[in-house]
Design a protein around this ligand. Structure first.
Ligand code: NAD
Ligand code: LMR
Length: 340
């Protein structure tokens, strides 16, 4: 710009580089599984994010069409499609963030763990390539079972010598999105201003919403209301799987949640202060090696894993009940990565 052109000193020049889409730093984001139910709307939402300058869409099939389609949207980022494993390296090169919604979704009657046999191998392959082509990227893991795929990714990166615990995230934002929606509906407060932390993991009872910390405070909710809200949040994924009746699981709300989380990661990378989201990360706030809680995001990924805060007796019980399942899902992931 003209103002930038007439800046007298380097610092004045930097000063003018404010936080607008034109001057935001270059950021490359890849979506792996971009032709899928989540991948397509997520690709669109990332194309709408002015913080993205390059958008790489990778899948084993279908990405040229998705990329051609999305690329016509008149926003900042340059879009490219990559198809097949021989193009995976190109898709990943130079990435700041890699979002992974690759893998099979649930059908009615299945648990997320029933997806392990197929998705564990997919995640392992993709993470091996990430270690090779963009070892410094933030990884946003969406593929289920998240409680196991995140530990798998960590083990793959450790073996490759690239593991950085600050850069690996299990995406649990959809649990937060649901908790906020359900709470606002029950408490009859405007949803836009609602915040609810969700901790633990991302499957059944390992999903622990902390409604005692929800804001704004609602005085009209009974203990039974809180129990019902908790169960609905824990079963939110199953609610969608059953409604879709064999045609997959949440895709649109997940794409929204994935876009919210990636945007928070981008803001953190760009130095925006006080960016906090819940995520399943390496953690020492409980005895489990990975745990979802509020995380402060910064220039290197995780800046700080925040503690659980004060829990109600009901939440304390929920926390103790979820630990055995979460522990065994984590161990299953670690074992898979080290034996195969
Ligand atoms: P989908 O079947 O519609 O799409 C998955 C895509 O992954 C397909 O396009 C497929 O070609 C692609 N794929 C398969 N193997 C691949 C590989 N090796 N490399 C790259 N791409 C590959 O499924 P979906 O509905 O988009 O769900 C994807 C995953 O996300 C599932 O595991 C689902 O359980 C999970 N999910 C997680 C959350 C969450 O909250 N974390 C929410 C919803 C869904
Ligand atoms: C969800 O929470 O919607 C996802 O984990 C998909 C699923 O299988 O429920």
């Amino acid at each position: 710009s003209l103002r930038r052109g007439i800046s007298a000193t380097p610092s004045a020049h930097l000063h003018h580089r404010g936080y607008s889409s034109e001057s935001a730093p270059e950021r490359k984001v890849a979506v792996l599984g971009a032709a899928g139910g989540i991948g397509q709307p997520l690709a669109l939402l990332m194309k709408l994010n002015p913080l993205v300058s390059k958008l790489a869409l990778y899948d084993i099939a279908g990405t040229p069409g998705v990329a051609a389609d999305v690329s016509h949207v008149n926003t900042r980022s340059e879009v490219a499609g990559y198809v097949g494993e021989e193009q995976l390296g190109q898709a990943l090169e130079g990435c700041d963030i890699v979002i992974i919604p690759a893998g099979v979704p649930r059908k009615p009657g299945m648990t997320r763990d029933d997806l392990f046999n197929i998705n564990a191998g997919i995640v392992k392959t993709l993470c091996t390539a990430i270690a090779k082509y963009c070892p410094h990227a933030l990884v946003n893991m969406i593929s289920n079972p998240v409680n196991s795929t995140v530990p798998i990714a960590a083990e793959v990166f450790k073996k490759a010598g690239t593991y950085n615990e600050k850069k690996l995230f299990g995406v649990t934002t959809l649990d937060v999105v649901r908790a906020k929606t359900f709470y606002a509906g029950k408490a009859k407060v405007p949803v836009g201003g609602v915040d609810v932390p969700v901790v633990g993991g991302h499957a059944g009872i390992t999903i622990l919403p902390l409604f005692s910390q929800a804001t704004p405070k609602a005085n009209n909710l009974s203990d039974d209301d809180i129990i019902a809200l908790t169960k609905r949040t824990q079963d939110g994924g199953t609610e969608v799987v059953e409604a879709k009746a064999g045609k997959g699981s949440a895709t649109l709300s997940m794409a929204y949640a994935g876009a919210v989380f990636a945007d928070a990661c981008l803001k953190g990378l760009n130095g925006v202060q006080d960016v906090v989201e819940c995520s399943f990360v390496q953690s020492s706030i409980t005895e489990l090696p990975f745990f979802a809680s509020k995380v402060r995001l910064g220039k290197n990924g995780v800046e700080e894993v925040l503690g659980l805060g004060h829990l109600s007796d009901y939440e304390k019980q929920g926390l103790e009940s979820l630990k055995p399942e979460l522990k065994s899902s984590i161990e299953k992931g670690i074992k898979f990565a080290n034996q195969s």
